[in-house]
Design a protein around this ligand. Sequence first.
Ligand SMILES: Cc1cc2nc3c(=O)[nH]c(=O)nc-3n(C[C@H](O)[C@H](O)[C@H](O)COP(=O)(O)OP(=O)(O)OC[C@H]3O[C@@H](n4cnc5c(N)ncnc54)[C@H](O)[C@@H]3O)c2cc1C
Length: 405
Amino acid sequence: MHNRGRVIVVGAGPVGAVAALAAARRGFAVTLVERNAEVEFDAAPRAATFHPSTLEILDGLAIMPDFLSVGLVCRYFDFWDRPGHALVARMDHDVLRDVTQFPYVVQTEQHKLVRIALERLRKLPDVEILLGWQVDSISQDETGVTVRAANGTAERHITGSWLLGCDGGRSTVRKQLDIEFEGYTWPERFAVLTTRFDFAAAMGCSERSYFADPDQWVNLFKVAGDDLRGRWRVVFAAPADSSDEEVLSDASAKECLAGLHPDAGLGDLVHRNLYNVHQRVAKRFRAGRVFLAGDAAHVNNPIGGLGLNCGIHDAMELVGTLEQAGDDAGAPLLDRYERRRRTVNIEFVQQQTVDNKQRLEEKDPAKRRERLDALRAIADDETRQLAFLRRTSLLDGVQRAQAID
Ligand SMILES: Cc1cc2nc3c(=O)[nH]c(=O)nc-3n(C[C@H](O)[C@H](O)[C@H](O)COP(=O)(O)OP(=O)(O)OC[C@H]3O[C@@H](n4cnc5c(N)ncnc54)[C@H](O)[C@@H]3O)c2cc1C
């Protein structure tokens, strides 16, 4: 018998799906509302790197074996000097072996995490999953919060004790609360080419490799693919003044792939995508009984693979906070959620992702050399590498959040 009240989760992306699962496992009744009826199968290339701090969370939710079965375990990641065709630094997550049970990242498509979480949720009591339903308005008073959801033919009003807005960067929940999304949008868009060409075999690079280049930096990483045979994503910045057609054209794709390896051609290409990139943080993460988590609360460029990881950390902090608060919307600890998660996003995720981008695109030759030398020095010293990886894998971020009252 549940006595914690109902949590309404808007959005079954990875953050909402994990939040719903965590809430249901802790005894909340849960209604999960998602506008995309196919959310478990959404294969658009997005987040793919799950850091040790997040793997600890998935383990706590008892889904690690399932998750590992659909992903790649990656111990190393590289920084390369692209014009010089040279490996600058190889980082080894194994230096984290005394700090975490998971001294590696798992690389896989984010929709697989959604699928695993929803499969688990369907087996838990008092869980309602509404796929194909869009939330378009919310209201709240001292006793609860109500959303209106529609599926094209019908509408429903759902009332709960708490509402978790996990509805992504364009969050309806955030807009309904009139919360400003502070920050900026980068002038350049990011392009993603997905290919079956095996860069590790051809170049000896790790399954996550960052290529610094003042003219065209590249992120290269391998994901499992639905067939588990592996495929590679090539991410690069598209010039701000080029059209979508130009960036996604065969000529442009061919040039980019061949620039990485002469044998990488159009024949292996399976997907092309182009998207806008932002650095933004919501001014508030809470309004009464309503909270923001994941991309609804913060967005950043994907270099370093931190956004989704941070969102999953939000989800766990939020559910833990609600569990402690009981049904008291006046509980002072509710504001601690914002103090912790907003601070950590700014200090760790926004700071690192901007720095990661600048490191790859640095044009000044002296500064460029200095940055690459700094990476070399880190890789050559296990103590410094440990400190570096604690930060890049958000293990330090988790500790910092827990220290905030
Ligand atoms: C190319 C790319 C690569 C990336 N790589 C990484 C990476 O390696 N590591 C990393 O950590 N992050 C990465 N990110 C960022 C990551 O994809 C996002 O941080 C992540 O998707 C956020 O998850 P979310 O659940 O908060 O939001 P979303 O995944 O956007 O999910 C929101 C959900 O809410 C639903 N929804 C929206 N509005 C409504 C509504 N009104 N009613 C009902 N449902 C609604 C949507 O349909 C969607 O399913 C990358 C992003 C991109 C674009």
